[in-house]
Design a protein around this ligand. Structure first.
Ligand code: FE2
Length: 130
């Protein structure tokens, strides 16, 4: 299987793994814009020691250019682990990340996420610049 085929996508209102990418459709050139990526926005994804979201990444592909730019990566590292055993710990990191970015040209944002059991997921959002 080609690597790109390992990334799944679907309607986020019906599939809990899809990273939901929210933010402005239009940004002002060179000004900070905030984009939020959430996994499980409509249907919560499990957050247990055995089953959880490990990370979210955000990329930007400028229109008409060949190479994407990684805007950031957030690791979610607490899922109820503890010396008392699985799911006995005091902390669980929720799979939500904010990225504050400046863009100077239009393009497409790509959010990717990884579930430790159900693999790689993606979504995208076009952004224009004024
Ligand atoms: Fe999962």
């Amino acid at each position: 299987m080609a690597f790109e085929n390992l990334f799944q996508s679907a309607d986020w209102k019906q599939e809990k793994h899809v990273p939901v990418l929210e933010g402005p459709d239009v940004v002002k050139r060179g000004e900070v814009a905030v984009f939020q990526v959430t996994v499980g926005k409509e249907i919560p994804h499990p957050n247990t020691t055995e089953h959880h979201i490990r990370w979210i990444e955000l990329y930007f592909a400028p229109e008409g250019e060949k190479f994407p730019y990684q805007l950031g990566r957030v690791e979610f590292t607490a899922h109820g682990e503890s010396v008392a055993g699985a799911n006995q710990g005091p902390a669980y990191t929720e799979p939500r990340a904010l990225f504050a970015v400046k863009l100077d040209r239009p393009g497409t944002l790509y959010a990717t996420s990884y579930c430790n059991i159900h693999g790689l997921w993606r979504s995208e959002k076009a952004v224009t610049v004024e």
